[in-house]
Design a protein around this ligand. Structure first.
Ligand code: SAH
Length: 215
């Protein structure tokens, strides 16, 4: 006898499909990553609903649809090196890790980075590295990436990140004012330059330069 899937997980998949996520690998990753393990116990009951939720340090874990949509737009392959700016809970990093070869995720709050690293380690996502740092000022030594996802909003696309994008690479980034209308952009680096395509309007917490002084 098979155990029926919990209805909330079924609804979760259904709502992602209904909203237009169709990449099977992305849907599978969304199903496989237990979002309830990435939120505080008090929010666990609502973890499979399609809403953003508060995490430590005044930040938020992204809405599942937005995480799925950004992942789908990245077009990850199993041989890709991926970079995430804004680790937060580590949820998006876990999703990426199921689709890419290796993921570097950068977070400016040490508290968040430490707990996300521990969580990902406990769950055996061992192709993810979590680093404390300013994702807007990465050292050249981190190398180039095939895919870059920014999960905090920026006023404009940072040159420092464009410099880390390999030829043929794709970057997904929310651009706009901190409290206003932000648009998700998809940037593709071709041989002859960048192609920019606006996708949808979104709402993210802003990226803040520098590492956090407290915590
Ligand atoms: N992707 C996360 C949610 C991101 S919330 C998840 O799946 O849970 C945005 C995160 O970006 C916050 O944790 C915030 O601290 C971080 N952030 C903001 N500015 C940053 C910067 N300059 N460098 C690195 N991380 C930054």
């Amino acid at each position: 006898m098979s155990i029926p899937a919990p209805p909330e997980k079924m609804m979760f998949q259904l709502s992602l499909r209904r909203r237009g996520i169709s990449d099977q690998a992305v849907l599978h990753a969304m199903e496989a990553v237990p979002r309830d393990r990435f939120v505080d116990p008090i929010h666990r009951d609502g973890a499979w609903r399609d809403t953003a939720l508060p995490i430590a340090c005044g930040q938020t874990i992204s809405q599942p649809f937005v995480a799925a949509y950004m992942t789908e737009q990245l077009g990850l392959r199993a041989d890709h090196r991926a970079l995430e700016i804004g680790t937060g809970s580590g949820y998006q990093a876990a999703i990426l890790s199921r689709l890419a070869k290796w993921v570097l995720s950068v977070e400016r709050f040490k508290t968040l980075a430490d707990s996300a690293r521990q969580r990902l380690e406990d769950m055996r996502y061992d192709n993810v590295e979590v680093m404390v740092g300013d994702g807007l000022a990465l050292p050249e030594a981190v190398g180039e990436f095939d895919r870059i996802i920014v999960t905090a909003s920026v006023a404009e696309v940072p040159q420092s990140l464009l410099d880390r994008l390999a030829v043929g690479g794709v970057m997904i980034v929310p651009v706009g004012p901190p409290a206003g209308r932000q648009t998700l952009l998809r940037l593709v680096r071709g041989q002859d330059g960048l192609v920019r395509k606006p996708l949808v309007d979104v709402r993210f917490v802003p990226a803040i330069p520098g590492t956090a002084r407290e915590l």
